[in-house]
Design a protein around this ligand. Structure first.
Ligand code: HEM
Length: 525
């Protein structure tokens, strides 16, 4: 905007000048355009492309971070379309910049690492405790929820409230009963399939995860019936928000495009927000104090911790939103791998049968006795991390140094966890599905933690902004997978296609279709 006003001044002044005829003004305009083009070419020539060039052109940077130039003005926007984690890993390898690479997304300076040591430096640094805010997140009010709130008092308060009242071990234990009930409903749903029917597991898993979060957050449980109007409506709202947040929004990086809303993101967000507000407000109005769910906790806050109604809606909405897709995506990948590797599926079932037997249902304390199943879950997280670029990037609050390079404030930082978990320098036989790697005492990987202390496999991120829902997520995923493998044998309906599609999470591009067979002896009447 400032630039427009400045250029208008230049024209206004010039028009007062007698020698400024209409021909001259055309030449003058061409001259300005040429200067603008030359400047953009100078910016573009810098390693990392235009955004890095614009930042450093007046300074001498002796040791620039290596990176692709991309295209003038837009930089490397093409890297972020499709399977961005694959593209970034490939180009970093070609440029020998796997430790640290820079690139431009329009006006946004980005650094990315495919290396565990540098990932630790970034994720655990207090400088990278902020997040770059996407326009869709802002319009969907997520700037008032944990994931996109600026680093500061408000964000800290939300983290504290959710750690104490939603994600604490005590609270996770309280939600064991709903998880058990939902698993039972999921089994009944799957049981309706006869052995020759083809089952799309994602539909049931989505309903299960949505119900699970509705229960933890709103204390509300729905019948497991997709014809339930409220569930259907909520599913539509979550899907729409999910798509909007996952889209690459060009105007996040090329600010003047924001005026045009070419991708209709602004419009779709402004249509979605009143629907979400109405939905959540209705639940809040109908909510009776059930002393236990997250809504009760938020309503009971006092003093500086008290949240406005809009902030409360943002926080509740985010939990439903984050808790639903990540769990669904991960369970679907695990079942896909079990279908693809029947020998490994049998090993899990042998372990389950040893601990639980065939005559009773599974409990969460049974799962805590298992060794092989957690290794399977870790191996799936390694090969198919739901957030291959750790979902949401980080933002440098101040100038800093990473891996010996200067990184200016305002730079966006990404970690390519997918590249780290497939790096042959980090993992032996990285492309092989081998849960045993976590059981090999010689390599002492048995106690390998995926919760953020070891950057070789940190699918929940690390540091201040690591995932607060990791234990809840892992507990739910492991218990549901154990229950499903206890009840059913999963076989392929055709080839298991492991192609990916990167939205907000990295999903199977083609929803998994399986044939299932009950492992229980038929009931005698
Ligand atoms: C099992 C699946 C899950 C995976 C793989 C996962 C992964 C992630 C990742 C990679 C991040 C970014 C971490 C970083 O920047 O270092 C994140 C952040 C977050 N996750 Fe999860 N997540 C899962 C489950 C959940 C659940 C169940 C919830 C809540 C109900 C949740 C809520 C959040 C929130 C609120 C943030 C933002 C934290 C902040 O910015 O302070 N996640 N998650």
């Amino acid at each position: 905007m400032t630039t427009n006003i400045e250029s208008l001044w230049i024209f206004a002044l010039a028009s007062k000048c007698k020698s400024f005829t209409s021909i001259n003004s055309i030449f003058f305009a061409i001259f300005l355009i040429l200067i603008w083009l030359v400047m953009n070419m100078i910016y573009w020539a810098h390693p990392g492309g235009p955004a890095w060039g614009k930042h450093t052109w007046k300074k001498i940077v002796s040791n620039p971070i290596p990176g692709p130039k991309g295209f003038p003005i837009i930089g490397s926007m093409n890297l972020m379309t499709g399977l961005a984690h694959h593209k970034i890993a490939n180009i970093a390898k070609t440029l020998k910049a796997s430790r640290l690479m820079c690139f431009s997304l329009g006006e946004t300076r980005v650094i990315v690492t495919c290396n565990p040591e540098v990932a630790k430096e970034i994720l655990n640094s207090s400088v990278f405790a902020d997040r770059p805010i996407k326009e869709s997140a802002y319009r969907l009010m997520f700037n008032r929820a944990i994931g996109f709130a600026s680093y500061g008092v408000y964000w800290r308060t939300l983290r504290k409230i959710s750690s104490n009242h939603l994600f604490s071990p005590k609270q996770i234990k309280i939600y064991e009963k709903p998880r058990f009930q939902i698993a039972k409903q999921l089994i009944s749903m799957f049981e309706k399939n006869s052995p020759n029917d083809i089952l799309r597991v994602r539909d049931g898993l989505k309903l299960a995860s949505l119900n699970n979060m509705m229960c933890c957050v709103f204390g509300k449980s729905y019948d497991f019936d997709c014809c339930n109007l409220e569930t259907k409506e909520l599913m539509k709202l979550v899907d729409e928000g999910y798509e909007l947040l996952g889209m690459l929004n060009w105007s996040d990086h090329i600010s003047w495009l924001g005026e045009f809303d070419l991708q209709r993101i602004k419009q779709r967000c402004s249509e979605l927000v009143p629907k979400v507000n109405k939905f959540v407000k209705k639940i809040l109005d109908e909510h009776v104090n059930q002393s236990g769910d997250f809504v009760d906790v938020l309503l009971s806050l006092h003093g500086s911790e008290r949240l406005s109604e809009n902030d409360m809606i943002a926080v509740l909405w985010e939990m439903i939103f984050r808790g639903t897709d990540t769990v669904t995506v991960l369970v679907e990948w695990i079942i896909a791998r079990m279908t693809l590797h029947p020998d490994i599926q049998s090993k899990v079932q042998v372990e389950i049968d040893k601990i639980v037997g065939q005559s009773r249902t599974m409990t969460e304390s049974d799962v805590s006795e298992m060794i092989y199943l957690p290794a399977v879950v870790k191996e799936v997280l390694r090969l198919h991390p739901p957030g291959p670029l750790l979902s949401w990037a980080r933002l440098a609050i101040t100038d800093t140094t990473i891996d010996g390079y200067q990184v200016p404030a305002g730079t966006t930082a990404m970690v390519n966890m997918w590249a780290i978990t497939r790096d042959a320098d980090v993992w032996a036989d990285p492309l092989m599905f081998k849960p045993e790697r976590f059981l090999n005492e010689a390599h002492s990987d048995m106690d390998f933690s995926v919760l953020g202390s070891d950057m070789r496999l940190a699918p929940f991120g690390s540091g201040r902004r690591s995932c607060p829902g990791k234990t809840l997520g892992l507990t739910t995923v492991t218990y549901w997978v154990a229950t499903l493998l206890h009840e059913f044998e999963f076989g392929p309906s055709s080839n298991v296609d492991l192609s990916e599609v990167l939205k907000l999470s990295c999903e199977m591009a083609h929803p998994l279709k399986v044939k299932i067979r009950s492992r229980r002896a038929p009931k005698t009447s």
